[in-house]
Design a protein around this ligand. Sequence first.
Ligand code: PEP
Ligand code: MG
Length: 752
Amino acid sequence: MINKKNKADKLLQKLQKIAMSSLVAKQKVAEVSKTVAEVMSADVFVCCLLADNKYLECLSNFGLDEDIEDQWRADEDEIGKIALEKNSVVINNLDEVYDNFVFGEELRHKNMKSFAGVAIVQWNRCLGVVGIFTKKALAYGDDDLAFLKAVAMFVSDMLSMPDVAEYIKQLQKIKGVAVKDKIKAVSLNKGYGIGQAIIHNARRAITNIFAEDKNQELERLRVAHEQMNDDLDSRFNAAKLGLGEHVDILEAYRMFAKDKGWYKKIADNIEGGLSAEAAVERAYEDMWNRLSASDDAYLKERLHDLRDVANRLLSYLAGDFGKNSVNSAKDIILVAQSMGPAELMDYDYTKIRGLVLEEGTPTMHVAIVAKALNIPVLSKVKNVLAEVQNGQKLAIDGNEGIIYLSPSQDVENKFYKKIAEAERLQQKFAELRKLPSVTKDKQKIGMYINVGLPLDFEYVEKTNCDGVGLYRTEIPFMTSINMPDVDQQVAYYKDLTDVCGKKKVIFRTLDVGSDKILPYWGYKGESNPAIGWRSIRITLDRRAILRKQVKAFLLAAAGRELDVMFPMISNCEEFLEAKATLMLELEKMRKRGLPLPKKVNVGLMVEVPAVLYQLDNILPNADFVSVGTNDLAQFVFACDRGNPQLLDRYDVLSAPFLRVMKDIVDKAKKNNVYCSVCGEMASNPIEALALVGLGYQNLSCNGAAFAKVKSMIRSINKAEVEDYVVSLLNSPRASLRSQLIAYANDHAIEIY
Ligand code: PEP
Ligand code: MG
């Protein structure tokens, strides 16, 4: 047992001195070992590093004769288990369990009796373990663990220092662990970028772990907490005024930020002797441990928000809130575990050259915003926050899905060439704006855009498109703090119709569920959400929501033509029921003498395979259909669209899928029904080429991809492409992509 306060102060002063010293990394770690052992009167101190979440490696030890700087599997040893379970352990009967340690023989030989070990955790990622051993029996208790936790906190900062990180890399090199110079990722948006890595919500180094004066720390906490909540409240109120503010995140902030239990926990930690900063971090770790054990998917998702709140409070304590987004670098690559779109907008987006997300899928909000801003996005990069240093140079290849760490001059030169090419292309695309989307054999292809966030609305003017082929109306619902009422909805929708003037706008009714969760709906989670209670299934069951939404469409479209589309329709009756709900609202409005749309067109999305076999019943009742190839492909191939492991497994450019697509367009033509594609296939030039070859005359793509697709269209002879694509429909190959690319190259078709 140590005399806590005095020894703590003494030790911390010494550790800080070591951190600031000009010693090289290895010496620093060795000094820490010696100092902690001395002050804590331990016979042995070890500091182990967890590599690849699998192996443990002793970075430094004090008091063991043998050179134990070796690697061992973490699950083979007591210290490794502490790392894997991110916990802390006291063993006061060490002599009975020597064999549980890889260096147990030496512990036996040295007659060690007690052990205390603590995981070094940084924002819930385990970096390693610090442990002490002594010859005294029954030596350690909770106080020592608390003290060792403070040491671990300090060491975690040290392990993140560039020279220590560099040393660890060198050590790994010597031991034959490959040091990465590039990381494979999943591309969520194409493009190239070079810049300095900015770790979003990077954990702050805490230099004052123990409280000098408890009352002063409690007062600092009170003031910072109050300021944070005041600022959040005013942001919250401002967010009510309009869109574009990622209010669900804000709401989660508020929920955690105002939580009395959390505040009390921090205050208790200060009472226990920690500084306000260390107390916040400890409270975060405790809450994280509790919440992450829960099975509730929604709660688990909120863990990211919890970290944001803790980090936010730390920045108020440091008095530098809002300054983290200021960076002098001209080109930045944002690196985050995950982030909301509003957080992306906190940065100067004109400087963002790339976004790397540890966790993310293409339908994630932030990916949608980044696409609209033409920022390359890479995702599914496990442990990226551990691999990348703040300020490190990165080169992002969004086409191949590769992140180059500290790229060589050669790689940089190649990147600058590609970036210059991309800029030239943008120039060329801008000139396309005034030209019609007509093939060489004079066939008009209707070209529309997909929109969701207000940011996308700008593309109506930028692209000079024929209209909006898909308005994902769930996006404004997702960025709202609670269910928007009819008036609010009318305001959202009018924003778009005002921008579009006379151009066609297809409003899709709420397509929520699966991975699109409304924060205010208390989503319970399902075992198969993509084929669960989602989309039209929800809105038909909760009819009032659908009624309100179609009423808002009708009101917003007064005096113009209105196109309403129902998503995820599985059979004819479902469509007729949804359509009847719309017609009922129209009738009510007519009776009340309200201003009405000039004409109302009703359509459906074809994305559930079953509906293909009732199209003959549905089409006579529909004004249009639009194919949602994202969902349709996932159901046709029985292949989760959000699972990166399956990303390249099946190809929409294969005979089975193209035949499905051909069936749809043929049936629509036979019934004289307008038909388009609004899934991502329409946004990819080579895939759009196949669609035109199948007979599709209308495509709706994302704004950033529009010009590429238009340029492809203007370079083809439609009749020839049709002959070619139809000739592929009996092919046994799993993918026709390379054949189509070869065809495009042979016929000077522009596929950028
Ligand atoms: C689709 O499924 O192709 C589609 C356009 O809808 P979403 O991507 O919004 O599910
Ligand atoms: Mg869909």
